[in-house]
Design a protein around this ligand. Structure first.
Ligand code: CO8
Length: 260
């Protein structure tokens, strides 16, 4: 089975031979992210923007939309400004902050990706980006600071995420924590999967809230990347949730049931 997949992927690589800088393993890394660990997909998109000259333009869900509250927009603008380059002596210098783009399934936009999508599951979409109604579920943007090995996510919780009446479902909060810590782990360590997630819910989060999800690298040990996480109000006066997460680096074969 794995052999067949690898042969199919080989044919797909021929399709992409004309595309400079695009290698099969990069496409596979994106697929890994599309299904299980899309943080690397985000990461690659930063470093290889040239991966997107294909077919139609994918929608970047990290752009402001009309569902965003003034508070969401204000915090977004603050972090977005940190991503702007400074000009010193006429030279542009980029700081450590980057905004990560976010797609519902970037692989289908790459050459050969459509075939990869079919091979795995054509209708699969990233969990947090699969509701068309803007503002109904997960509105979020992740900003990463490479030097400090940390990131911050601005998250607005939509009305379809209700758990306790009027408040955000604990599973939705866990989803966002997994997403943000996983994005950081993938950014720092490449393809990974969540091995362990510990969450302490400290205060109920009202639906419609805009919160900050701060994640930072705790440590790396061999294939293990440990991340800490805090979810708070935007002025950081109220703590909603704390978490720790462990991500284990994987090879692509892991997704096909191989340990190679
Ligand atoms: C933008 C969106 C980003 C979203 C990110 C979301 C990512 C996800 O949600 S992934 C989906 C949820 N996760 C999964 O389904 C993973 C299922 N589990 C697995 O596939 C495997 O158990 C996996 C990959 C975690 C580890 O398996 P394997 O590669 O064989 O590693 P293994 O050799 O057992 O362990 C490696 C190390 O990790 C440690 N480890 C593994 N699992 C755990 C665990 N649960 N707790 C503590 N330590 C662990 C091992 O002790 C070992 O440590 P050491 O190096 O000190 O010996």
């Amino acid at each position: 089975m794995l052999g067949q997949i690898v042969r199919s992927l080989g044919r797909m690589q021929q399709l992409s031979n004309g595309l400079k800088g695009v290698r099969l393993h990069q496409l596979l890394s994106k697929e890994t992210h599309g299904h299980l660990q899309t943080s690397l997909e985000n990461t690659r998109a930063i470093s290889t923007v040239s991966l997107w000259p294909f077919s139609s333009q994918p929608r970047d869900f990290s752009q402001p939309n009309s569902s965003w509250s003034p508070e969401m927009r204000k915090v977004y603008d603050h972090y977005n400004t940190l991503c702007d380059p400074d000009t010193e002596n006429g030279e542009e210098k980029r700081g450590p902050w980057r905004k990560l783009p976010s797609y519902n399934r970037s692989i289908k936009y790459a050459a050969g990706g459509i075939h990869l999508s079919k091979l795995i599951q054509a209708k699969a979409r990233l969990f947090t980006r699969n509701v068309k109604e803007q503002g109904a579920t997960f509105e979020y943007v992740v900003f990463v600071n490479k030097e400090e090995k940390r990131c911050v996510c601005v998250f607005q919780a939509g009305h379809l995420l209700e758990g306790a009446p009027g408040h955000v479902h604990g599973g939705a909060i866990a989803t966002m924590i997994d997403t943000v810590t996983g994005t950081l782990a993938g950014f720092l360590s490449g393809p990974i999967m969540t091995a362990n997630l510990n969450i302490d819910y400290r205060s109920p989060m009202p639906l419609g809230s805009v919160v900050l999800i701060h994640s930072a690298l705790d440590r790396k040990e061999r294939r293990k990347t440990y991340i800490t996480c805090k979810v708070s109000s935007t002025d950081e006066s109220k703590l909603y949730t704390e978490a720790t997460a462990l991500f284990v680096s994987i090879g692509v074969g892991h997704l096909f049931g191989s340990r190679n």
